[in-house]
Design a protein around this ligand. Structure first.
Ligand SMILES: *[C@@H]1O[C@H](CO)[C@@H](O)[C@H](O)[C@H]1NC(C)=O
Ligand SMILES: *[C@@H]1O[C@H](CO)[C@@H](O)[C@H](O)[C@H]1NC(C)=O
Ligand SMILES: *[C@@H]1O[C@H](CO)[C@@H](O)[C@H](O)[C@H]1NC(C)=O
Length: 903
C-alpha cells in the first residue's frame, strides 16, 4: 500500500512540473485534453496486425449468446495470438511511435540475435543505462485518448537461463497455527443484528456499483458527484476489475457475470498511458483477476476468462523484469520499440513498489504451475533478504527510497580512475620506447575502448568485492558497464523509515507470502520477525490522549546513517499506516507471539480513536499527535499538551515584554517628532507674518527675499500636510502654549480579534500584541478545529481508504471480540453520512468539519477493499476465513495451499 496512489498528490504535482518542461522541450506531441464525458475509442486490433487475419474478432462482444452462462471463451482464445511478435532482424517502425518518442527511438530499432546480452549468472549488473526519469502519465484525471499502438512481446535482453529459474518451493505445507478465533454458534438475536448491518454495507456496494455501471462502465473510476468518469489507471476499467471478488463475496452473482462481459473487452496490450504503473497495476488488476478466479471456484469454477486475462496481463508485466539484475522497471513504457530496448531498474524507487508484487506473481505461478512468475518476484525477495542481512541504517527495515539499479557508482568511478591512470602509465612507458611497443599499446587500449558492435566479455577484479567479475563490453545495444551491487538506499544523505505510504505493503507481504507458500520459504518469516523488532524499537509510540486510552501508533524516523545519534522521530498518524494492526495480529498468530497480538489491538484501537476524535467521526489522512515523555506512565496533562501545541511556549512572555518595550519607544519617538514639528511650524508662521509685513511696507523688498518667502511657503504647506489634523487648524491660532496631547495616539489597525478575552481587558484593546501561550494555543485549536490530543492535522481529507477497518476486521476475526464489530459500525455510519452521493461515495475534503465538501473521487479501493472489509466484519466468520485465505494489499483474497504443491 504505498501506496503510490496514496502518495500521488505529491508525486503528481512534482511530476507534472517535470513533465511540462519535458513536453515544452520536445514540443512534438499535442497534449490532448479530451473531455471526461467522451470514452476512449479503442482502436481495432487489426490496425497493427501484420497478418491481417483477425477474422471478425474486431467486433466488440455484444453480450449476447452466453445463455449457457459460460463465457464465450473462443473470443479470448482467438485474440490471444493476434499480436505478431518480431523475429530477429525485423524492423519495428511505427510512425506514431517515432513521432512520439523521438529521443527514445534514436537507438536503432533493429534487434539482432548476436547482440542480445547474456544474463549474468550472479545476478549482478554489469551493464547500465542512465536512470530513466519516471514521468507519470499525462492522462491522469482525464478522459482517455485513443491510440493504435499495441504492446508486442519483446525478445528478452537479459533472460534467465531455464536452468536458473527459481522454482516454487515444493512439498507439503507446514502446519501453521490458526489465525481465527474459534467462533461458537451465535444467538439468533446476534445474527439478526449482524445481518442487518451487513445489509446496510451491501446497500452501499449496490449503489456504487450501479453508479459505476451507469456512468463509468469500462473506465477506471466513477466521478461520484458529477456522474462522469476518470481513467488514471491505464483505462482498463480499474474499478470493475478491482470489485469482482467483492461482488462475488456479497452474493451479487448477476452483477459479477455482467462485469465479466466487460472484463473480456479489456485490451491490456494498449493504453492511453505511455507508462504502466507496475505496482498499482499488479495489486489492483492482476490481484483482482486472480482473486476473482480463486473465490469463484478456480479451476472448478466456470470463469476461465479471469485466469486468461490475468495471464494476458502478467505476460505484459513480465517485461519489467528484463533488466541485468532482474529488478523491475517500476513504470513500464510498454510501447514498441522502446519496450524491447535494454534498460536498468531505477536508482530511486520506493520500497513499497518494489516489494509488493510478490503475492500476485506467486499466486499466479501456483495456479498456472509456471515457475517464471515466481522467479520474477523471488529475486526481489532474495535482494531484500540479502540487504537485511548486509544491514541498513535501521537494522531490520529499509529506507523509503531504494536504488535498485544494481550499479555501484562509487566503485565504477574508482574503476575508471584506475583505468585512466593505468593507460597513462602505459602511454608514458610507450613514449620511452616508442618504436618497440606501440603495437602492444594499441592492443591494450582497444580492450577498454567504448563502442564497437561486438559483445565482449572480460574478467575484471571488482575492487568492492575483490572478486573477479564478468564485464560486458559495449555493443551498440549494450548498456554502459557498471560494478554490481545489491539494493542500496536511493536517498541522498538522509533516509526515512516508516510503515507508512511508499513502504507499507512490502512489510505487509512478508508474513502473507509466508502463508501463501505454506510456510515453506523461511526467508519470509525472518524478514517479518526482523521488521517487527525494528518497528518496536524505533517506530512505535504511545500518544497522550484525554481519557488515557491505551493505544499505539507507528511513526517515522529520519536518519543520516547514525540513528543512535541522529534519529529524528516524527510522531505522525497516517491512515495508510493503520494496516499495521492487522500485520502485527496475523504475524503474532502464525508465528505464535501473543505479545504481538496484544500490540496489534492497541495499534488498531489507535486508528479507531482517531476516527472517534473528529467532528465527522472519520480519521484524517495525515496528522500529528501529542506524545508522553514516559510511555510507561502516560496520563493526560493539559500543560504538556499545550506545550506541544506551542513549541514556542517558553518565549511567549518575552515576546510580549519586548512588544510593550518597542511600543513605548515608538510612542516616545513620535511624540518627540511631533513636538519638533510644532515648534518649527510656529517659527514658520512667525516668519511668514514677518515677510508679509515686509512686503506690505515694501521696505527692503528684493528678489532674494521673494525666493526665500516662496521656499518657506512650500515648507509650511508640506508641514501642514504631514501634521495631524488637530494640528493643522492651528494655523490661525495663537498657540504658543498648546501641548501636543492627543495627536500621537497609536492608530489601531488590523482586524483580527483574539479569541480568548484576557482578564486584563485593557490589553485586549490592542490586537497587534503577540499572543500569550494560552491565547496562542486556544487560537490554534479553534482555527484548525483540532480534536484534543492532536497537535496538527496536515491533511484533513478522507479518500475512502480501507486500512483502519482492515485492521478492525483482523482484530475481530483474531480475537472474536464483538467490541470490534461495534467500533467498526460507528466508523461505517460516519463514513456513509459524509461520503455518500446519489450514485456512489465520494472522498471528502475535511474530516474536522461537518460541513465538509465532497471531492468527486471514488477510488477503486472503496469497492475493492473498504466495503469488502466492512462486509466481512459482519459476515459469518467462515466467509473468507483467514485460515483458508490470504488477502493482498488491495484486499484480494488468494487461496492458501492445503495440499502439497510444486513440481
Ligand atoms: C560500492 O563501492 C564502494 C567503493 O568500492 C564500496 O565501499 C561500497 O561498499 C560498495 N557498495 C555496495 C552496496 O556494494
Ligand atoms: C507517574 O507520573 C506521575 C505524575 O508525573 C507521578 O506522580 C508518578 O509517581 C509516576 N508513577 C510512576 C510509577 O512512575
Ligand atoms: C504536566 O506537564 C508539565 C509540563 O511538562 C509538567 O511540568 C508537570 O509536572 C506535569 N504534571 C503532571 C501531573 O505530571
Amino acid at each position: 500500500m504505498l501506496r503510490l496512489r496514496r502518495y500521488r498528490y505529491y508525486v503528481f504535482f512534482a511530476a507534472i512540473l517535470v513533465f511540462l518542461l519535458f513536453r515544452v522541450a520536445r514540443n512534438s506531441e499535442q497534449w490532448e485534453s479530451v473531455s471526461a464525458s467522451f470514452g476512449p475509442i479503442r482502436a481495432p486490433r487489426k490496425s497493427l496486425s501484420k497478418t491481417g487475419s483477425s477474422a471478425g474478432n474486431d467486433e466488440p462482444y455484444n453480450g449476447m449468446g452466453s445463455e449457457d452462462a459460460g463465457l464465450p471463451q473462443q473470443i479470448l482464445d482467438n485474440t490471444r495470438n493476434q499480436y505478431p511478435t518480431h523475429g530477429p532482424g525485423e524492423t519495428l517502425v511505427n510512425p506514431d511511435v517515432a513521432d512520439e518518442e523521438p529521443e527514445k527511438s534514436a537507438r536503432p530499432a533493429t534487434i539482432e540475435e548476436d547482440q542480445v546480452l547474456a544474463y549474468d549468472q550472479d545476478g549482478a549488473t554489469k551493464v547500465t543505462v542512465p536512470p530513466v526519469i519516471d514521468i507519470p502519465d499525462k492522462s491522469v484525471g482525464k478522459g482517455a485518448k485513443t491510440t493504435n499502438v499495441h504492446w508486442e512481446k519483446p525478445i528478452e535482453n537479459f533472460p534467465v537461463p531455464e536452468s536458473e529459474i527459481i522454482a516454487l518451493p515444493t512439498g507439503k505445507p507446514n502446519k501453521i497455527p490458526t489465525i481465527q478465533y474459534p467462533f461458537k454458534k451465535e444467538s439468533a438475536e446476534a445474527k439478526e443484528k449482524r445481518e442487518l448491518r451487513q445489509d446496510k454495507v451491501r446497500n452501499e456496494m449496490e449503489r456504487a456499483w450501479a453508479g459505476y455501471m451507469t456512468y463509468a462502465k469500462g473506465h477506471d473510476e466513477l466521478s461520484p458527484v458529477t456522474k462522469k468518469f476518470r481513467d488514471p489507471f491505464c483505462g482498463w476499467a480499474a474499478t470493475l476489475v478491482d470489485s469482482l471478488d467483492t461482488l462475488w463475496i456479497m452474493g451479487m452473482v448477476e452483477e459479477f457475470e455482467d462485469a465479466l462481459l466487460e472484463v473480456e473487452k479489456i485490451d491490456f496490450t494498449t493504453s492511453t498511458r505511455t507508462e504502466i504503473p507496475v505496482f498499482e497495476t499488479t495489486i489492483r488488476y492482476l490481484g483482482g483477476l486472480i482473486a476473482a478466479y480463486d473465490v469463484s471456484g478456480g479451476k472448478k469454477g466456470k470463469y476461465d476468462i479471469l485466469l486468461d486475462k490475468a495471464i494476458e496481463l502478467a505476460e505484459i508485466l513480465m517485461g519489467v523484469f528484463d533488466t541485468p539484475n532482474r529488478m523491475p522497471i517500476l513504470y513500464y513504457n510498454w510501447k514498441p520499440p522502446y519496450s524491447s530496448q535494454p534498460k536498468r531498474a531505477t536508482t530511486g524507487g520506493s520500497v513499497a513498489e518494489l516489494g509488493s508484487l510478490a503475492m500476485e506473481f506467486t499466486r499466479l505461478a501456483q495456479i498456472t504451475k509456471e515457475d517464471k512468475y515466481y522467479d520474477a518476484v523471488a529475486r526481489i525477495t532474495d535482494a531484500f533478504y540479502e540487504w537485511q542481512q548486509r544491514g541498513t541504517s535501521i537494522s531490520g527495515i529499509f529506507p523509503e527510497r531504494v536504488d535498485l539499479s544494481g550499479c555501484n557508482q562509487t566503485a565504477q568511478n574508482e574503476l575508471e580512475a584506475a583505468r585512466s591512470a593505468q593507460s597513462k602509465d602505459e602511454a608514458d612507458d610507450a613514449s620511452d620506447d616508442t618504436e618497440l611497443d606501440s603495437g602492444k599499446d594499441e592492443k591494450k587500449a582497444s580492450l577498454y575502448k567504448r563502442g564497437g558492435n561486438e559483445l565482449k566479455l572480460n574478467r575484471q577484479k571488482n575492487p568492492a568485492t575483490g572478486q573477479m567479475d564478468v564485464i560486458v563490453e559495449k555493443s551498440s545495444h549494450a548498456l554502459p558497464e557498471c560494478v554490481s551491487q545489491g539494493l542500496t538506499s536511493g536517498g541522498w544523505g538522509s533516509e526515512q523509515y516508516s510503515m507508512g505510504g511508499s513502504q507499507d505493503s512490502t512489510y505487509e507481504y512478508f508474513p502473507k507470502q509466508w502463508l501463501l507458500l505454506g510456510g515453506l520459504e523461511p526467508k519470509y518469516k525472518e524478514l517479518h520477525l526482523e521488521t517487527i523488532k525494528a518497528v518496536k524499537k524505533w517506530l512505535l509510540f504511545k500518544p497522550m490522549v484525554p481519557d488515557d486510552r491505551d493505544i499505539l501508533f507507528s511513526g517515522k524516523v529520519t536518519t543520516r546513517g547514525e540513528p543512535e545519534a541522529d534519529a529524528n522521530t516524527d510522531y505522525e498518524v497516517t491512515h495508510l499506516t493503520c494496516f499495521i494492526g492487522g500485520m502485527f495480529g496475523m504475524g503474532g498468530r502464525i508465528f505464535d507471539i501473543p505479545a504481538d497480538v496484544e500490540m496489534a489491538e492497541r495499534l488498531t484501537d489507535g486508528c479507531v480513536w482517531a476516527y472517534e476524535s473528529t467532528a465527522t467521526g472519520i480519521m484524517p489522512e495525515y496528522a500529528h499527535v501529542a506524545t508522553c515523555a514516559d510511555p510507561e506512565n502516560c496520563s493526560w496533562n493539559q500543560t504538556a499538551y499545550y506545550q506541544q501545541l506551542d513549541p514556542q511556549y517558553n518565549s511567549r512572555d518575552t515576546q510580549i515584554k519586548n512588544y510593550y518595550k518597542r511600543k513605548a519607544k515608538v510612542a516616545a519617538e513620535k511624540l518627540e517628532k511631533e513636538a519638533a514639528e510644532r515648534v518649527k511650524a510656529a517659527e514658520l508662521a512667525a516668519t511668514k507674518d514677518k515677510i508679509a509685513e515686509l512686503k506690505k511696507t515694501n521696505l527692503e523688498y528684493s528678489d532674494s527675499l521673494t525666493e526665500k518667502a516662496k521656499d518657506l511657503d512650500d515648507e509650511y504647506t508640506s508641514l501642514q500636510k504631514r501634521a495631524p489634523t488637530s494640528f493643522a487648524k492651528d494655523d490661525d491660532e495663537d498657540d504658543e502654549d498648546s501641548v501636543p496631547a492627543s495627536g500621537f495616539k497609536v492608530t489601531v489597525t488590523g482586524t483580527q480579534t483574539p479569541l480568548v478575552p484576557s482578564e486584563d481587558s485593557e490589553e485586549w484593546k490592542d490586537p497587534s500584541r503577540p499572543f500569550t501561550h494560552e491565547e496562542f494555543v486556544a487560537n490554534k485549536i479553534e482555527r484548525e478545529n483540532l480534536p484534543p490530543g492532536f497537535v496538527g492535522v496536515n491533511s484533513k481529507s478522507y479518500i475512502l481508504r480501507p486500512e483502519a477497518i482492515e485492521s478492525v476486521w483482523y482484530m475481530y476475526r483474531i480475537t472474536g471480540d464483538k467490541k470490534w464489530q461495534d467500533k467498526g459500525w460507528k466508523m461505517f455510519q460516519s463514513i456513509v453520512k459524509y461520503t455518500a452521493t446519489e450514485v456512489g461515495s465520494s472522498a471528502i475534503g475535511n474530516v474536522l468539519d461537518t460541513e465538509t465538501t465532497q471531492n468527486n473521487e471514488m477510488e477503486s479501493f472503496w469497492t475493492a477493499e473498504t466495503l469488502k472489509y466492512f462486509y466481512l466484519l459482519y459476515s459469518d466468520p467462515d466467509s473468507i476465513s483467514l485460515d483458508d485465505w490470504v488477502l493482498n494489499t488491495e484486499a484480494h483474497p488468494f487461496k492458501r495451499p492445503t495440499a502439497a504443491f510444486g513440481k
